[in-house]
Design a protein around this ligand. Structure first.
Ligand SMILES: C[S@@+](CC[C@H](N)C(=O)[O-])C[C@H]1O[C@@H](n2cnc3c(N)ncnc32)[C@H](O)[C@@H]1O
Length: 248
């Protein structure tokens, strides 16, 4: 009961209906935890998460950023590494990275016996032929489109102790001249051999030797052949070849 301004006693207004407690409060009221007064006060102040919950929200969003960063970074890295390996396959002449077999390398080295000067591997892959030639005492070079393979080749040459005589260049084989080399090695594909034959014919000196792995040149006659099957290697000497040229 409350006293009115005129002195009469009036019935007191009915109490407001109880607010439904926020989720969890009931459980706490029943089961313990923080005193109900404290919780009710927080409920009246608005939607302020308890300190522990706020910290966990911040933690969750940092994990989200980290996860997105890791996934994004991984995708970019995979793309950067894979692209140089895939693009040769998309070119007009598809020349993918297929490393020479051990037998193939032995056959190339056999064809270099008694030769002098420099050696170049056209499309040098992971550098195995260049490194083998450098170990035989040649000043060897490799031209390769894929930068990852070139960096790996340089690392391998350094590891094998021939970094002084094995050099690697990131280059398109169709855009460089091989005229300075006296021994040219190519492990190519049949589609490129006619075009490469013409290019080398124009560029190389008479004392040069061309060594073809797995696929021979279409018009030249080899001076020597060694190995069999996929390990076959053909050697063409420019001097003898130019002497017996019959093509128009
Ligand atoms: C069949 S693999 C031979 C690799 C190496 N010569 C060996 O015998 O182990 C051909 C190489 O040529 C490279 N290649 C493809 N197109 C090229 C281009 N236009 N210029 C330079 N290298 C190229 C490829 O990336 C690949 O590593």
């Amino acid at each position: 009961m409350v006293e009115s301004t005129s002195g009469f006693l009036l019935p007191s207004p009915p109490p407001p209906p109880p607010r439904p407690p926020p989720a969890g409060t009931l459980a706490m009221e029943r089961g313990g935890g923080a005193p109900p007064e404290t919780l009710r006060e927080e409920g009246q102040l608005g939607c302020v998460p308890p300190p522990g919950l706020e910290a966990s929200c911040v933690k969750k969003s940092s994990w989200g950023f980290l996860f997105t960063g890791i996934v994004g970074g991984t995708l970019v890295a995979v793309y950067a590494v894979a692209t140089p390996f895939i693009t040769p396959a998309l070119r007009r002449i598809c020349l993918p990275f297929v490393p020479a077999t051990t037998k193939q390398i032995e056959n190339v080295v056999k064809m270099l016996r008694g030769r002098r000067g420099s050696v170049v591997d056209v499309g040098s892959g992971d550098g195995r032929i260049v490194i083998a030639a450098a170990k035989e005492g040649f000043a060897a070079a490799g031209y390769e489109l894929n930068p990852w393979l070139v960096w790996y080749s340089r690392y391998r040459a350094w590891r094998e102790g021939v970094q002084g005589s094995a050099k690697f260049y990131i280059s398109d084989l169709w855009k460089v001249s091989f005229s300075q080399y006296s021994n040219v090695v190519i492990f190519g594909v049949p589609q490129m051999m006619p075009q490469l034959e013409k290019k080398l014919e124009l560029e190389l000196e008479d004392n040069a030797r061309v060594i073809a792995c797995r696929f021979p040149f279409p018009h030249w006659t080899p001076d020597q052949v060694t190995g069999e099957g996929i390990d076959t290697v053909w050697a063409y000497d420019m001097s003898t070849f130019r002497g017996r040229e019959t093509r128009p």
